[in-house]
Design a protein around this ligand. Structure first.
Ligand SMILES: Cc1ncc(COP(=O)(O)O)c(C=O)c1O
Length: 451
């Protein structure tokens, strides 16, 4: 007799949905109880960037847990978190040289926002507290991170808990209506930050946070490089800290180790999670630049914030091992596989149901529309994102679906964010399954269409 499931699920009344049951995972495959080898074209939630069987990882768990798994970093120091911080500081761009540990992407963003506040308080700028972010963004589920998040569906119902911050337009070229060249449009979009800072009062604005390249809400949406050039200049002019949320885009997801490297712009803080441990243990971090770290050092200011498990030696040793695995060769392979996938699927740009096809390294976003000319989205009740997801899963490929891409309510898309290490053969299988899934759904929605 099947055992009762005591997990409270987030969908559909908390009741167990009909989910594939995974027995174990290998490389880019999830092997189910009945022996099916699903290809994980999403790397979980864009997490397992190195795939599911990193050689040598068991030894790290064994050695570190035999030494010490847990210590409170408030009271003890230890090699593992120190070594990881050194590794991250060495590999981070610019002067991002200090690391504050947390356990999830949401926590990393919460910590970055509070660090921004405390930095300005240490300088006597006590009115600076507002965080500006963008619509169609995702920064996490906790109250502070959700306040910055610009996704209506995720915010809905929780508004009484959310802080009165500001959101500007997303960096979403496909749906921009600014005039001019891509560069001019990007500058116009970025200048909304300046308008918002001036309207709210520069003396009240502490930080601007953005995913360098669109993630869960508008996957792989990437502005012209002038966008971040402009953002950096505006932040400098108005003394606002720029936080790059690299929780999803970090660790090779868009090609280089960090997505901001595509733009050659260095933020004041960078939040990391997901690929930091490639899913082996929960861990996240905030990278902090010298300007912020020096202010704390010179004033002796404290940061009254922290979580029990932050920087625990076991997670730190695992993360340190994992980060060392993101060699130039692995990043290059990820980029090539992404390009291969974009090459094999690129003809979907012409598909009547595909409005936008975006790719940056091994991160792809396919946006579905009811009308290609007007870019009108599907009626949300059709759940096109779910139909495509289900159809791809039936064809043996797990993808990352999403909705609300247009305005937080309407809009359907699919993200592909496979492990960087997947084989060329798997890329082709993903492409075949995704193309077939889109065609299945298109025909279901348009029964009059014949072959
Ligand atoms: C860009 C970004 N920031 C923050 C988060 C939140 O991370 P977590 O779910 O680990 O709290 C996510 C999660 O998807 C994310 O994509």
């Amino acid at each position: 007799m099947a055992q009762q499931n005591h997990i409270f699920y987030k969908w559909g009344g908390g009741i167990e949905p009909d989910l594939p049951r995974v027995d174990h995972a290998e490389d880019e495959f999830l092997v189910t109880d009945d022996g099916e080898r699903l290809i994980d074209a999403a790397a979980g939630a864009a997490v397992t960037n190195l795939g599911h069987s990193v050689p040598g990882i068991e030894q790290i768990f064994e050695t570190q847990s035999a030494d010490v798994s847990y210590l409170s970093l408030s009271h003890f120091s230890h090699d593992a978190p120190e070594s990881l911080a050194r590794t991250l500081a060495t590999r981070a761009p610019g002067d991002l040289s200090k690391v504050f540990y947390t356990n999830s992407g949401s926590e990393a963003n919460e910590a970055a926002f509070k660090l921004a506040r405390e930095y300005f308080r240490a300088r006597g700028q006590t009115d600076k507290s507002v965080v500006v972010s963008r619509w169609q963004s995702y920064h996490g589920a906790t109250f502070g991170a959700l306040s910055a998040t610009g996704n209506t569906l995720r915010r809905r119902g929780f508004e009484p808990y959310l802080t009165d911050w500001e959101h500007i337009s997303p960096a979403y070229p496909y749906r921009w209506s600014y005039d001019g060249t891509p560069e001019e449009q990007a500058r116009a979009a970025a200048r909304e930050l300046e308008t918002t800072i001036r309207q709210r009062g520069p003396e009240t604005v502490a930080a601007f946070v953005a995913e360098p390249v669109g993630g869960a809400s508008i996957p792989a949406a990437a502005p012209h490089p002038s966008y971040y050039e402009e953002i950096r200049a505006i932040c400098d002019e108005y003394d606002v800290l720029f936080i790059a949320d690299e929780v999803m885009t970090g660790f090779g997801r868009t090609g280089p180790l960090f997505a901001m490297e595509n733009y050659g712009v260095v933020p004041d803080m960078m939040t990391l999670g997901k690929g930091l441990t490639s899913g082996y243990t929960p861990m996240s971090a905030v990278l902090i630049n010298d300007r912020i770290a020096d202010e704390f050092e010179q004033t002796g200011a404290s940061f009254a914030h922290g979580h029990t498990f932050s920087g625990n030696p076991l997670s730190a040793a695992v993360a340190d091992f994992v980060v060392e695995k993101y060699t130039d060769g692995v990043l290059e392979t990820g980029k090539k596989r992404g390009e291969q996938l974009a090459g094999e699927l690129g003809h979907l740009r012409n598909h009547p149901m595909v409005g936008d096809f975006r790719a940056m390294g091994p991160m792809l976003g396919i946006e579905f529309v009811a009308d290609k000319e007007t870019k009108e989205p599907f009626d949300p009740s059709k759940k096109v994102y779910k139909q495509v997801y289900d159809a791809a899963l039936e064809r043996g490929v797990y993808t990352y679906p999403g909705k609300g891409s247009v305005d937080g309510l309407a809009g359907d898309h699919l993200m592909l964010s496979p492990p960087l290490t997947l084989s060329e053969e798997s890329v082709t299988k993903i492409a075949t399954a995704v193309e077939g899934a889109i065609e299945d759904v298109y025909r279901r929605l348009n029964p009059e269409v014949t072959a």
